[in-house]
Design a protein around this ligand. Structure first.
Ligand code: NPW
Ligand code: ADP
Ligand code: MG
Length: 286
């Protein structure tokens, strides 16, 4: 197992080319936010926006549209009851992040079915929160055809999905469970805790050494899912991209925690552009 260190940031965060446009930095579809959990998808979207995603569309319950646009007019909205809209939108995007506040009703399941049907082998899918819980209840909802699939459970979500109780979530058991879920070997696991670990399917494991208890607050994982999506859209779906996303999330949290009793997820997101500028690579992206 390797410990992630700060050098991962300048390795992954590229200086932007002057000759570029929003399409070069990832088209993201973020799906989540039932009538009661709109905050979850807005926090994910703010993680993606502030970490540099080129273009973001949020598919959510229509009740969340005004709040989303009031906070972030940069972000597009799609009513998640609009099945035709979803069918058209899904294959057009580079990265799909799904699950934050999705809930577990019939519509939530149907959205996972649509994803399974319309995601292509060129796309990357990040699955979080309710999406993982729904798949734990019905493994038929799991999609396999994406180029890469990134799971971002906390330990209880991973327990539900892998059937491994928290105290038995050893590296070997986690890797075996990931391989059982994805025999195609196209998945990563970001297992969140106070020491988040990242697993690939080639036997590599990376542990995040930073972060703090001020980050133990609802929405912190939603924010991470958005950052992971934003980073994949800009820097590709390799293991180093995931390490940098996880590390940056905690580094941002630590900087706020130095002077604050708690770390608000929205405050963390707002601090990302400055932090990314500080740690960007000195060489232009190639
Ligand atoms: N503002 C919004 O709209 C927000 C909406 N959200 C949305 O809510 C939905 C449900 O998600 P969820 O994570 O709150 O519920 P769930 O999966 O039942 O987990 C809770 C249980 O797990 C435990 N537990 C958690 N982490 C643990 C850990 N690392 N290690 C160990 N234990 C841990 C925890 O423990 P306990 O409280 O019992 O001590 C409890 O038992 C989902 O769609 C999500 O996106 C949230 O994102 C928040 C902001
Ligand atoms: N004590 C802690 N130390 C470090 N990081 C923490 C701590 N508590 C929570 N976190 C981080 O906060 C996030 C919580 O994710 P999650 O439980 O999915 O939150 P939510 O679903 O409420 O958004 C994870 O990234 C986790 O690593
Ligand atoms: Mg969560």
């Amino acid at each position: 197992m390797e410990i992630i260190d700060q050098s991962i940031l300048s390795k992954v965060i590229k200086k932007r080319k002057s000759k570029s446009h929003k399409g070069n930095y990832g088209r993201l579809l973020i799906i989540g936010g039932s009538a009661n959990y709109g905050g979850a998808v807005i926090m994910a979207a703010e993680g993606a926006l502030n970490s540099g995603a080129g273009l973001i569309c949020v598919a959510t319950h229509s009740i969340n549209s005004a709040a989303l646009h009031a906070r972030d007019p940069e972000i597009m909205f799609l009513d998640w009851h609009d099945e035709n809209g979803l069918k058209q939108m899904i294959p057009q995007m580079d990265v799909i992040v799904c699950g934050m506040g999705l809930g577990n009703d019939k519509l939530a399941k149907h959205i996972l079915e649509l994803l399974k049907k319309y995601v292509t082998s060129d796309q990357v899918v990040v699955l979080d929160a309710s999406a993982l819980d729904l798949i734990a209840q019905d493994k038929n909802l799991l999609l396999h055809q994406a180029k890469k699939i990134v799971l971002t459970p906390h330990q209880v979500e991973w327990q539900r999905l892998s059937q491994i109780r928290i105290q038995y979530q050893s590296d070997a058991a986690n890797q075996e469970a990931l391989d059982n879920l994805f025999p195609e070997k196209n998945a990563y696991l970001i297992l969140k805790s106070s020491h988040t670990k990242i697993y690939d399917q080639e036997g590599n494991i990376f542990e995040n050494p930073i972060g703090n208890p001020g980050m133990a607050i609802g929405g912190m994982g939603d924010t991470l899912a958005g950052i992971v999506g934003g980073f994949i859209g800009q820097f590709g779906a390799g293991i180093e991209t995931l390490q940098a996303a996880v590390y940056l999330h905690s580094l941002a949290g630590d900087r706020i925690f130095k002077d604050n009793y708690i770390v608000k997820p929205t405050q963390l997101s707002a601090s990302l552009p400055l932090l990314m500028k500080k740690y960007e690579s000195q060489n232009e992206e190639n």
